[in-house]
Design a protein around this ligand. Structure first.
Ligand code: MG
Length: 256
């Protein structure tokens, strides 16, 4: 009996340590594999097939109001995806021959997997257009009944982050433009920071400050082993990377 309790206690300790471990987010899907392309459905499927926490993707709205998954502004032969109409975007083929996914097609595949969808809403040219993009993002997430355990939002637009946090209470929203200290972000109702790694090299204290405030720390886009290790040692919650399998291996070996 005593042995059982010791085992149970050890198991609980292991689980709680594991819960604190840094986890990995595939940047624009896991696209760095054969016959793949950034922000494609194939890249999302590849991320869903490996043990990552989530898969990040970029969302832009075309000038005729269609939400598409593409980094932009340039999209192959189109100079600016936000200024194009959907009919033009539909003709584009990605590097692997796939069509540019609409947000609807992308979320449909996202719903099939069990990793988190890290939804980056791109900055749009005016407040009015961005408000529409925010509204359509929220509508689509609701249409697919994506719960807060299935999707998180990130954006370089502080206003879009504020609005998303207000419209989607209980959903994680992270600000991308790393100049704001954790406390100030929290005061705006934004509970996560997803900053370029250089911001945490400059302000390593922000990680602890954020955690003490109950906030989440994500870092982009870390592709070099040395920097991954530095971020793991700093105790960030998530590392967003183009090299998810390398990062998973590093985390595994760091926790041994
Ligand atoms: Mg992105």
């Amino acid at each position: 009996m005593k042995r059982f309790f010791t085992f149970a206690l050890l198991l609980i300790i292991c689980i709680s340590v594991a819960a604190q471990k840094t986890q990995v987010i595939a940047h624009r899907g896991y696209w760095d594999t054969p016959n793949n392309a950034q922000n494609s459905i194939t890249a999302l499927k590849a991320a869903q097939a490996i043990p990552v926490y989530g898969s990040e993707f970029d969302v832009n709205m075309t000038s005729d109001g269609v939400m598409v998954v593409s980094h932009g502004p340039k999209l192959e032969e189109i100079p600016d995806v936000q200024k194009a109409i959907y009919k033009e975007v539909k003709r584009v083929r990605l590097k692997n021959g796939e069509k540019v996914p609409t947000l609807k097609q992308y979320l449909k595949q996202g719903k099939k997997g069990n990793i988190k969808l890290i939804f980056e809403l791109k900055v749009h040219p005016s407040g009015r257009v961005e408000d529409e993009a925010v509204r359509k993002s929220v509508e689509m997430v609701k249409e697919f009944n994506l719960k807060n355990s299935e999707v998180e939002f990130i954006s370089f637009s502080l206003e879009a982050c504020r609005q998303l946090a207000k419209l989607m209470p209980g959903y994680m929203v992270q600000y991308l433009n790393g100049k704001i200290p954790p406390k100030e972000l929290k005061e705006m109702g934004i509970m996560g920071l997803d900053y370029h790694y250089s911001n945490f090299v400059q302000h390593p204290e922000w990680v602890k400050q954020a955690h003490d405030l109950g906030m989440i720390v994500n870092v982009w886009t870390v592709n070099k082993e040395e920097m991954m290790q530095q971020m793991i040692d700093l105790g960030v919650d998530y590392i967003t990377t183009d090299k998810p399998e390398l990062c998973i291996r590093l985390i595994e070996s760091s926790s041994r």
